[in-house]
Design a protein around this ligand. Structure first.
Ligand SMILES: C[S@@+](CC[C@H](N)C(=O)[O-])C[C@H]1O[C@@H](n2cnc3c(N)ncnc32)[C@H](O)[C@@H]1O
Length: 232
């Protein structure tokens, strides 16, 4: 297992001064999706780092990790732009926490569906509340987003074409189980994971990019491409 200590958000890292980002589509033409996101989450009492004991136990029973951290919004938008998401894609964030990656996928790309799978009831409830508010306000793209409270090792993922998981805190045993699931998914073309997977003939490591996360600047993000026709 890698060092899996997620610190509180690094509030000294600011988006100010960053180069303008090409968001690729939709609402970004009219407004900055990072500002939209900040506005939607402003005022929530829960920041996602702390969850009730019951939630923590539920996540631990799944053999996953309840430790929390996020890719920063600018980093998330850059990553999403690299993935070439289109109308035929279903993007899934496994362990979607408060839902920011899923919302940004829906807001900044033409993806067909963006789904968040999260086992902590508290976190998924926050994500669902923010999404409902965004949909009431008709924030562009958000009708294509949804969240489900479920175990990522069990929830059906047959429609997923691109999967992201912020897996830094997952054990190697959990990563191995996750990889076995990924190999079986019929439509999966791209798998993105912060922690690297063991080599597998079904996946080719396409690139490793460094992006800012809440606990570390320039953390490694591994992007795997599915080798055509290889299923186990
Ligand atoms: C590091 S956080 C990711 C946050 C989010 N993806 C983001 O980047 O903003 C990992 C999340 O995985 C969730 N998790 C852990 N094991 C899980 C499982 N078996 N099924 C679903 N979610 C799980 C945790 O509750 C936690 O919220």
């Amino acid at each position: 297992m890698p060092e899996a200590i997620f610190l509180a958000p690094d509030r000294t890292t600011s988006a100010r001064g960053a180069k303008p980002v090409d968001y690729g589509c939709l609402s970004a033409r009219d407004s900055d999706p990072r500002a939209e996101l900040r506005r939607l989450y402003r005022g929530l009492r829960l920041d996602g780092f702390e969850i009730p004991t019951g939630d923590r136990r539920a996540v631990e029973r799944s053999a996953g990790s309840p430790i929390y951290g996020e890719l920063r919004p600018t980093a998330t938008i850059r990553l999403l732009a690299r993935l070439g998401l289109g109308r035929r894609d279903q993007f899934v964030d496994l362990g979607s926490g408060l839902g920011k990656v899923v919302l940004l996928a829906a807001m900044t790309t033409p993806v067909g569906r963006a789904l968040g799978v999260e086992l902590s009831a508290t976190r998924v409830d926050v994500a669902a509340r923010v999404l409902a508010q965004a949909q009431r306000e008709r924030v562009a793209g958000t009708r294509r987003a949804s969240f489900v409270r479920a175990d990522m090792l069990r929830h059906p993922l047959d429609q997923a074409t691109v999967i992201y998981t912020c897996s830094t805190a997952f054990s190697s045993a959990f990563m191995a189980r996750l990889q076995r699931r990924m190999v079986e998914l019929p439509r999966l073309r791209t798998l993105v994971s912060l922690q690297d997977f063991d080599p597998h003939p079904a996946f080719e490591l396409r690139e490793v990019v460094r992006l800012d996360a809440s606990w570390k600047r320039g953390t490694k993000v591994h992007i795997y491409a599915r080798r055509a026709g290889l299923m186990w």
